[in-house]
Design a binder for this molecule. Structure first.
Ligand code: AMP
Length: 290
């Protein structure tokens, strides 16, 4: 496994592998890796191609007052996890390498970026879309493997790839969870043991929403949301729900009558657990007749 820090070197490596007919499978991350990230690397490995993982805490996707400075970092540990997962190259640039020439260009995927997370994190998805567009041009991957944990990010990137004709296929992998249902996240390291235990309730309320829609055919999204909020208060009163929304999984439009909706439904939430902000979601196919 090689660690690459320069953009031009990564591009040469990718050109070389492409010239020999190899496929390139890419896993973009911000590091502090866990089993969720490893599952993406295994998915990348399954393509049979060269596996590139990037580790880059991208400053432009953090807002003022967010956790950019304290975001956990441990490159040696990350490198070990990558090596065990069969990664061939880690692309690990400095911010000065990625943003060397006072950039004047950014990528904004309108509408989708302003919903859900976008309301709480203005500018976040422009930071994400721009850095991923740059990474695609640097790593030149055939496939890019991402987790459904970040459903809105996936919706934004899918639209960007389609609108800008990037020749990269997005492969979405399932969210890997702790035993109590808490979605694995680098930010879970901010939680105390008690908070970690309590945060398992977030998955409970997502499942409860899904159950009401698929089994009870709930016709009023507002009632499903209210029930989820009540259940969370009952289970884990210390957790503050910021949003719990029922939308389609493409343009993230609200679904007022989910029980009658045919297609893929996304229930997504954000919650504050002490000072830590967590996001999670559940995605399922709904068939009103099924
Ligand atoms: P991050 O390092 O948090 O920016 O995440 C990098 C990639 O890992 C994104 O595609 C995430 O969706 C994915 N990811 C993060 N947590 C999980 C998880 N628990 N299960 C699966 N994928 C995840």
């Amino acid at each position: 496994m090689k660690v690459v820090k320069e953009v031009s070197v990564m591009q040469e490596i990718s050109d070389y592998h492409r010239s020999t007919g190899r496929k390139i499978a890419f896993v973009p991350t911000m590091g502090y890796l866990h089993e969720g990230h490893a599952s993406l690397m295994f998915s990348a490995k399954e393509t049979g191609g060269i596996v590139v993982a990037s580790i880059f805490v991208n400053p432009t996707q953090f807002g003022k007052g967010e956790d950019f400075d304290k975001y956990p970092r441990d490159f040696r540990r990350d490198a070990h996890i990558c090596e065990k997962a069969g990664v061939d190259y880690i692309f690990h640039p400095e911010a000065s390498e990625m943003y060397s020439n006072r950039p004047l260009t950014s990528v904004t995927v309108k509408e989708i970026s302003d919903k859900l997370e976008g309301k709480f994190r203005p500018g976040h998805f422009t930071g994400v879309a721009t850095v991923v567009a740059k990474l695609i041009n640097i790593v030149k991957p055939h496939t890019m493997h991402m987790g459904s944990k970040d459903a809105q990010q996936n919706a934004v990137l899918k639209k960007m790839i389609s609108d800008l004709n990037f020749d990269t296929k997005l492969v979405i992998c399932q969210t890997v969870r702790e035993e109590n249902g808490l979605a694995m996240s680098s930010r879970n390291t901010y939680l105390t043991a008690e908070q970690r235990e309590n945060a398992g309730s977030l998955y409970r309320i997502l499942n409860e929403g899904m159950r009401q829609i698929t089994e009870e055919k709930a016709t009023d999204a507002e009632a499903v949301k209210a029930r989820a909020a009540d259940l969370l208060k009952e289970l884990s009163p210390g957790i503050e729900l910021q949003y719990y929304e029922i939308t389609d999984n493409e343009l993230l439009e609200p679904i007022p009558d989910p029980g009658s909706f045919k297609g893929e439904i996304l229930i997504s939430l954000a919650a504050k657990c002490g000072t830590t902000r967590l996001i999670d979601n559940i995605i399922f196919e709904n068939n009103p007749k099924g």
